[in-house]
Ligand binder design. Structure first.
Ligand code: C2E
Ligand code: MG
Ligand code: MG
Ligand code: MG
Length: 292
């Protein structure tokens, strides 16, 4: 009896694993093809300063468009690219495309603040990122100040001392640095003081129940206070309601991003959010802007 059940369980797991491996392999094949054929696209989500609702930047978020195939998002395909090492090629494409787009908007006289690009910790670990970023800026004649690089807190913690040197070389180039998904990666005050970062992005997980969960509210309050005392700007991710926006503004959180302000959208849509350079216009921030 037990033996049979055991064998059945074993077979069940083997089949499940085989199936998972197959799905992954199929995705890997799709991703290789997408890299070769340039089937990735950059979408942009607006970042707003809360006290005056001014647009301060756009986060570049990669999308995969392969018509006829089931849609797959970065949360699913980035880990596969990290496993295979192809994340380096994708990161290079993303950085280059963001710099190209930023240059094109500047040439049109449009002000986007900064473009934020996500850098995977695997990319950082594999080396060469600093040179690739410099090359992308040079190729498109974009000043480093227009670029912000986001690295997750957990990624930075995994890389230990290496992270500190990496961040300092990027900072020396003049690019801005942000810690992404902050609050989930167990960094200490000592790390934060050593890292040359200008921004902390509070993870969406703390914002979701901000209005109903007092523990989350207290943690967010503490993160905002900590950022302030370290002179680091704090941005809340995943703001979906006006209530959350007001609360964050009232506790002194500097900036926010989320569906309330605008969903990620293609460059042509993002372009409509931009201010003419040299103006202090407030941007299109009335909530509900953007595509899906
Ligand atoms: P992230 O960097 O933390 O990006 C924010 C994610 O939250 C985006 O998901 C965005 O669409 C989503 N989001 C923004 N506002 C809201 C909101 O109000 N509610 C909800 N529910 N979600 C919101 P997305 O585009 O699916 O990207 C997921 C993750 O994939 C990113 O998280 C980032 O870690 C990674 N990623 C995306 N693009 C790139 C890239 O070009 N390179 C690398 N290395 N990673 C990327
Ligand atoms: Mg990010
Ligand atoms: Mg994040
Ligand atoms: Mg994330």
């Amino acid at each position: 009896q037990a033996k049979r059940a055991g064998r059945g369980t074993y077979r069940y797991y083997t089949e499940a694993l085989t199936q998972a491996a197959q799905v992954r392999l199929q995705l890997d094949t799709r991703l290789r093809r997408a890299l070769a054929r340039q089937e990735f696209e950059l979408w942009y989500q607006p970042l707003y300063r809360l006290h005056d609702r001014r647009l301060i930047g756009l986060e570049a978020l990669v999308r995969l468009h392969q018509p006829g195939l089931p849609p797959v998002g970065p949360a699913e395909f980035i880990p596969v690219l990290e496993d295979t090492g192809h994340i380096v090629a994708l990161g290079e494409w993303v950085t280059n495309e963001a710099c190209r787009q930023g240059r094109a908007w500047l040439d049109e006289g449009l002000d986007f603040g900064r473009i934020a690009v996500n850098i995977s910790s695997v990319e950082m670990q594999r080396g060469g990122t600093v040179a690739r970023v410099q090359r992308a800026l040079d190729t498109h004649g974009l000043a480093a100040e227009y670029l912000e690089l986001e690295i997750t807190e957990s990624g930075l913690m995994q890389q230990g001392d290496h992270s500190e040197a990496f961040l300092h070389s990027l900072r020396a180039m003049g690019v801005q640095l942000a810690i992404d998904d902050f609050g989930t990666g167990y960094s200490s005050l000592a790390h934060l003081k050593r890292f040359p970062v200008g921004k902390l992005k509070i993870d969406r997980g703390f914002i979701r129940d901000l209005m109903t969960d007092s523990a989350d509210a207290q943690l967010v309050h503490a993160m905002v206070a900590m950022g302030r005392s370290l002179g680091i700007s704090v941005l809340a991710e995943g703001v979906e309601t006006e209530e959350q926006m007001r609360h964050l503004r009232d506790i002194g959180c500097e900036a926010a991003q989320g569906y309330f302000f605008g969903r990620p959208a293609p460059a042509a849509t993002a372009r409509q959010w931009l201010n003419p350079a040299g103006t202090e216009g407030a941007g299109p921030c009335s909530g509900g802007t953007g595509a899906t």
